[in-house]
Write a protein that binds this ligand. Structure first.
Ligand SMILES: [Zn+2]
Ligand SMILES: [Zn+2]
Length: 482
């Protein structure tokens, strides 16, 4: 019996949202493994027979966590797929001969694997954000930044878009483009196609002129059969001190209409209920934006403070949270029980916000800095350091090795030594180098070798796979390494 079960090689599967995460992948696609952003891999596209799993089967993927004490693991077409929250390393993919259960003899082994993964979980710095970098270190940059609580996402640059499932694109609420060099903007047609038949309005931000560039791209198609429910873009050209806004509506064949000017304060260009987005302009021989995505503080009470004030915990805390965050009924005064010597009195509070200010726990804000395609000039450096200091994860281009510094200067890119200097100054918790020049396709480790991190900064390791592989590539054997 034992001999008929194989432990397959280890795969990365995105897994922080058990119900939907698998749907972000195209079957057969290569994914950036999420919460982690820390690795890349091929996600469950194959059954042992080598056929791609269907979307329906992917929907049926089984999620397991440590709390699951069952003794056996069901399988789909011979695959048992273990999926646990915030996986940052690797998951075990186990093969079985048919739709049988994996016997309990394997459970301890699986459990210890999951425990290892969950140890890593503690380090994931975000509360709402779930970044997925789909481009590996070599491909055209694209970051999908999911906001778990909202179920929506940001798309940052629009390069190698092929492996993001249509369904995931439909949840994108805003797109942020650093600049319109082809490698950062080429995915826009496919993105538009994916959301075309919907009544969505997607916000798009980019350097001055981006609205016109999107307009001319879309003008390359015929729009004589448009429908009223086609999607629309609200596009903002981002200038240092203001935004120039335009509307491009599918129902009008994406004609460009000027909406007017919006002032910009402290670099803030966009916000929703859970995030702020700041931008600054660098020089790449053309204006190039850099972005910082910051989680808004979440509702958190300082237990010590409420104890000092004598407030007794109760339903009022949830009422306060609902009132502040979910637009609950704030016309109802809060009745807060308070211990006063030997008696409990009830104090009535009308001002929810003022009460929360008194008892909120101070939080360090978590953020993702994204910078790519900038020259290493003194001006750029100042702009970068000012915006990115305090970033939890810094995602930055690392186009060239130091021996090719001349090319880096010529094409206004960063080399490894530039990255080392910036990281030493910014001191992010994590650093993810991306957008390596393709000249290092077969020697990406040597780029990594030149990266030196200061104390307390973790270099996110080199992904297992650097570029997407075609489905059923002859060189690819999902069972190798058993
Ligand atoms: Zn580029
Ligand atoms: Zn560029």
């Amino acid at each position: 019996m034992k001999g008929s079960y194989n432990f397959g090689r280890v795969f990365l599967i995105e897994g922080s949202d058990n119900k939907t995460s698998q749907m972000d992948l195209n079957p057969g696609g290569v994914i950036g493994n999420s919460p982690s952003i820390y690795g890349w891999g091929r996600a469950i596209p194959f059954s042992p027979e080598g056929t791609a799993l269907s979307q329906t089967m992917m929907r049926s993927v089984i999620s397991l966590g440590l709390k699951n004490n069952e003794n056996s693991i069901p399988t789909i077409n011979g695959w048992a797929i273990l999926c646990c929250p915030f996986v940052t390393k690797k998951l075990h993919l186990i093969t079985a001969p048919s739709n049988e259960c994996i016997p309990s003899i394997f459970w301890e082994q699986i459990k210890s694997g999951l425990e290892g993964l969950l140890m890593h979980l503690a380090k994931v710095p975000f509360h709402y954000f779930q970044p997925v970098f789909f481009a590996g270190v070599i491909d055209d940059p694209i970051l999908l930044l999911k906001i778990k609580t909202l179920g929506s996402s940001f798309l940052v640059d629009c390069g190698q878009i092929d492996h993001i499932a249509k369904k995931a694109m439909k949840r994108v609420e805003a797109v942020f483009i650093t600049h319109a060099h082809m490698d950062h903007f080429i995915g826009m047609d496919k993105f538009t196609r994916s959301i075309l038949v919907s009544d969505k309005t997607v916000h798009l931000f980019g350097p001055p002129g981006i609205a016109e560039k999107l307009y001319y791209r879309l003008k390359g198609y015929d729009w004589n059969l448009v429908e009223a429910k086609y999607c629309a873009f609200q596009v903002s050209d981002v200038y240092p001190d203001h935004l120039q806004c335009f509307s491009l509506r599918g129902a009008e064949g994406f004609a460009m209409r000027e909406l007017g000017m919006q002032e910009k304060h402290d670099g803030l260009i966009y916000e929703n209920e859970y995030a702020w987005v700041h931008a600054a302009q660098c020089d790449h021989k053309i204006p190039c934006l850099i972005f910082k995505f910051t989680e808004k503080p979440y509702f958190l009470i300082d237990e010590e403070t409420i104890e000092q004030r004598g407030y007794l915990k109760g339903a009022w805390i949830e009422q306060l949270r609902q009132g502040l965050l979910k637009n609950g009924d704030v016309s109802q005064p809060l009745k807060v029980p308070r211990q006063s010597k030997d008696t409990i009195e009830e104090i009535v509070i009308d001002d929810y916000a003022a009460l929360y200010q008194q008892i909120a726990k101070k939080q360090d804000l978590k953020s993702i800095g994204y910078l790519t395609d900038i020259g290493f000039t003194e001006e750029n450096r100042q702009v970068v350091v000012e915006l990115m200091t305090g970033a939890s994860i810094l995602i930055a281009e690392c186009s060239y090795k130091k021996e090719h510094v001349g090319r880096a200067r010529k094409f206004a890119h960063l080399c490894t030594e530039d990255c080392n200097e910036l990281v030493a100054q910014i001191r992010p918790q994590y650093f993810l180098p991306v957008h390596f020049s393709k000249i290092y396709l077969n020697e990406t480790e040597s780029v990594y070798d030149e990266l030196e991190m200061p104390k307390n900064t973790t270099l996110i390791p080199l992904p297992e796979r650097l570029t997407p592989q075609p489905v059923l590539a002859p060189s690819y054997n999902p069972l190798s390494g058993i």
